[in-house]
Design a protein around this ligand. Structure first.
Ligand SMILES: [Zn+2]
Length: 327
């Protein structure tokens, strides 16, 4: 039982902690997320009601991410934590378990997906964690995120529910746009070769065969055989482009390009894709919708298709121009 006076004291202490953090320039937020993709959903649903901050910025690999000293006060002072789950944030398990003892700490993937949606036993993971690559799956986390935010700020419930419904509809519209755009790629060329296994849900959702080239140490014979078989598939199916990713080194991809050129097949690098992190804040790719739009344009146009007109109900990103790295 906490007495009235003790509660007042606790409120005063945590309030001054916030002031100290603000004065020292430390990060503080009501809701902390691991990835930027989850933060963007939460921020869209929260509106002005709650502040949201991701631990991981642009170009950060969530598979390897370990908590930094400055993350601990940010997490400890939050009212709720949202993370992807399915072991995406494998190095944060202990920290998240500790935080879960004192505030809602929710794995949005496991909490939102149906078993049938999941890709199992891929890339060393029991369940492939890259759910955001299929916008129809990512739309499923929106109500989960809304439930957590309502627990934190019950007074904001009406606004949270209405923003959640609106944002979920936007993600479903995005999903239709990606689907229709991907369908324009000639069937023979509907093959996505990337250096990292992030795109299986994209491939499954939008009917594109995905070939991942594992990160390599070039002196391993398995890796060399792997690359040779990828080059065989590229040459035999006349694939025009393969892709690099913002969180992965270009070296592996360049090795494949050289291999194909040695066999007289002109292979281009089809621009940078965002796999496990969004782009810089303040750019279209710094939002989830903008990130998926960028990837879809880069993939579809490099593989010989053409994207559908951008839906009027989605953010126009007006003034930011075309940002397709494939151009
Ligand atoms: Zn990944």
């Amino acid at each position: 039982m906490v007495t009235q006076a003790a509660r007042r004291w606790l409120v005063a202490v945590s309030f001054s902690a916030v002031l100290v953090m603000a004065a020292s320039g430390a990060r503080a937020a009501d809701v902390v997320t691991t990835t930027g993709m989850i933060a963007d959903v939460a921020a869209n649903v929260a509106g002005e009601c709650l502040s949201v901050e991701p631990l991981m910025g642009p170009g950060i690999d969530p598979h390897l991410y370990e908590a930094r000293p400055s993350d601990i006060p940010l997490l400890r002072n939050s009212d709720a934590i949202l993370y992807n789950g399915f072991n995406l944030e494998g190095q944060l398990g202990k920290v998240l378990a500790r935080m879960a003892q004192s505030r809602p700490t929710v794995a949005v993937g496991p909490e939102s997906m149906k078993d049938d949606d999941l890709i199992k036993g891929a890339g060393g993971y029991a369940v492939d964690p890259h759910l955001w690559m299929d916008a129809s799956l990512w739309a499923r986390i929106v109500p989960t995120v809304a439930d957590v935010l309502v627990r934190v700020a019950p007074d904001c419930e009406a606004g949270i529910r209405s923003r959640a419904a609106n944002y979920q509809q936007q993600l479903l519209t995005l999903d239709e746009w990606v689907s229709a755009s991907a369908a324009s790629v000639p069937e023979q060329q509907r093959i996505l070769v990337t250096a990292h296994d992030a795109f299986r849900y994209f491939g499954l959702g939008y009917d594109i065969e995905v070939v991942g080239i594992q990160g390599i140490s070039t002196d391993s014979e398995a890796a060399i055989a792997d690359i040779r078989s990828v080059v065989d598939r590229i040459v035999s199916r006349n694939v025009p482009a393969i892709f690099v990713e913002s969180t992965i080194s270009r070296r592996t991809v360049e090795t494949v390009v050289d291999g194909a050129r040695d066999r007289g097949h002109d292979l281009t690098i089809g621009g940078e894709l965002y796999s496990d992190a969004m782009g810089a804040r303040g750019t279209p790719e710094g939002t989830y919708i903008g990130m998926i739009r960028h990837n879809t344009r880069a993939i579809v146009e490099s593989l010989g298709g053409s994207v559908e007109p951008w839906p009027g109900s989605l953010p126009s990103f007006a003034g930011s121009g075309r940002s397709n790295a494939a151009e």
